[in-house]
Ligand binder design. Structure first.
Ligand code: KIV
Length: 256
């Protein structure tokens, strides 16, 4: 990859070259800067920030105003990475809402937007793409549907689900998405989708055969120790480091 600013087209081209795409989430200035300095090419201000930063029980509570606030903070880092943002719950039900809210996130500093769903959101997706805003799909387990679905379930085990995922992925690619996140999709189905669509798949809990991988950074670095998804192997123990640094400092000022 060249040394300039990373675009959606550059991320797409990584699939063609067989280069794995490492993507992570960020929701503020320092984390965006750190991920960018570490060479991560795609950074997402994901609505998972609702849980890991704002303390909500799930992502359905996150608002457009909250997303704009975090996108602005991340964008101030001026990353070389492509910086995207999630359209939050119920912000893209119609093409008009999708277009308007995607433009708000772009005005806040997002360079692409992501939304959850397949053929059922194809008209909103077309509205976003025809406004010239790069769009990333999200299929499989859809966190914004957790309440209707009664939990976070793996998708693709049943044949009907497998076929629906494949059709949804093709529809999103045809509608102009530049990539698709596959969350908790069975690894064989994720592998098949990856082989059958021209745009990159970015997996989370969907096996090793996607074109890229994405994780919530706080899970990866052990900064949200109260819950770690089973597919995440934390590479650091930042929460423990913080507690021990704080305790050490506290002792240093309380010792007479
Ligand atoms: O909200 C989020 O952080 C996400 C990624 C983990 C894919 O959607």
């Amino acid at each position: 990859m060249s040394s300039g600013k990373i675009t959606a087209a550059a991320i797409r081209a990584m699939k063609v070259r067989g280069e794995k795409i490492a993507a992570l989430t960020a929701c503020d200035f320092p984390m965006t800067k750190l991920l960018d300095e570490a060479g991560i090419p795609l950074i997402l201000v994901g609505d998972s920030l609702g849980m890991v930063v704002l303390g909500y029980p799930d992502t359905t509570h996150v608002t457009m105003t909250e997303m704009e606030h975090h996108v602005r903070a991340a964008a101030r880092a001026k990353p070389r990475a492509l910086l995207g943002a999630d359209l939050p719950y119920k912000s893209y039900g119609t093409p008009a809402d999708a277009g308007e809210n995607a433009k708000r996130l772009v005005a806040a500093g997002a360079e692409f937007v992501k939304a959850e769903g397949g053929r059922e959101i194809i008209e909103p997706v077309r509205a976003i793409v025809s406004a010239g805003i790069p769009f990333c799909g999200h299929l499989g387990m859809l966190p914004q549907h957790v309440l209707e679905e009664g939990g976070y379930h793996v998708k693709g085990k049943k044949e009907a689900e497998h076929q629906a995922l494949l059709e949804d992925a093709k529809a999103l690619a045809d509608a102009g998405a530049f990539a698709i996140v596959l969350e908790l999709v069975t690894p064989p189905v994720a592998k098949e989708i990856t082989a059958r669509i021209p745009i990159p798949t970015i997996g989370i809990g969907s096996g090793d055969d996607c074109d890229g991988q994405i994780l919530v950074t706080l899970d990866l670095v052990g900064l949200f120790p109260w819950f770690t998804p089973r597919f995440v192997k934390p590479r650091a123990a930042c929460a423990a480091e913080i507690k021990s640094a704080v305790a050490e400092w506290k002792n240093s000022i309380t010792v007479i």
